[in-house]
Write a new protein. Sequence first.
Length: 439
Amino acid sequence: MFASRGLLLFLGVVVQSLAAGPLSVGIIGAGPAGLSLAIALRSLLGSDNVAVRVFDRSNQLRPRLGGGLNLNSGAAILGRLGLRSQLLAAGNPARRVLSRNVARETLLDLDVHGTIRQDQRSKDAGLVDDNGDVLALTIMRDCLQEMLSNELPADIIDLEKELADVKVIQTGKGRACRCTFQDGESADFDLLVGADGIRSTVRERILEGKDDSPGYTGIRIQWAVAPAGSRPSTATNELHQWFGHGAYCLSATYGGRNGETFDQCVVVYGDASKGAINADWESADGRQAMIARLEAAGMPDEVLSLAAACNRHFELGSYFRNPLVSWAGLEGCAVLLGDAAHAMPPFLGQGANQALQDAYSLANELRAFQQGRHGSLSDALRAYESSRKLPNARLTLSSRILGFVETALPSFGRDAFFRTTAALGIAKYVFLDGAVPKV
């Protein structure tokens, strides 16, 4: 009798799914978060069971623009989606984090790959394969974006489509989101996903009427990119932090498009005046400003040489979004992920990693909805938000604290903090908290 009831339930779910047709999902934002969600939906739900379209206001997928990303937990997620070999081929292994002050005293020396290999959760999550290869790497944003877009049919990505308005409508299937774009065209979706970054239009609609301005950390960041070979040859697989007077610098090497590699120089300093939210990664001529700041901070020659070799410069203020507000809205027809939901300061290198986890988690809950394990689309969105909100809130707080330590504490306090957290194993714990997927 119980078997018969189970069979009837299964048949009921199948009939309901066939009657409703594919779930239509509109994704605003063709960055790594939006593209990875499209891949996850088609992989987990099946391309016959979901109709996905991705919209972006840019007229191209930004080749040769932007900086580099540090991937670990996000790389494990992409590995589950069949992109492990592509990541290992394109990315640059990130084997070590070495933090020093300008007196060349070591504050932290973290064996990234060794730490991950020794952690059973990392193995279970797919960060380490049977050959011992570790999915902890650096990659240029445009290289990752190209890799992801190549996994999708070209006709589902619509460029030069800037969202102008969203409203809830009634259709034969129930409620839906009607998206109107700046060019006057419109499209209806069972679910609208805002993957449109820190200045998210979808977030504005979901939280309309609420005070939801981005928070400024009091920190500004200068980014610059140089051709590979601008750093010491022994440092290719290492991320180097240099702490100086009033600023610190991060240098690393990143895998890029067409087999190229790039070196990146990042300068971080405290500044109470709010700067622009330059989330478009537009280049700016800032070479001399960067070099002057590095010289004033007493940085070593290898850092100054890297900054001088950089040919792309841009600067932005470090902002964050409150991750504890509601991510879902518009009567259960819209939801946020990535920076649109929880933009965090970059000091732990976890923004992209958490966005990729969001994408997988949301796709997984939508699959559960289609299989009848959630009673409604709203229930699926609540399950997604519940699973992802706390991990992101914790990392946002940790990143803000780390940014304060790195830029606002006196040098003796900063150095003592790093030495102590390294000696007590806290640095490893914080690293693994972000590096091991929570989905």
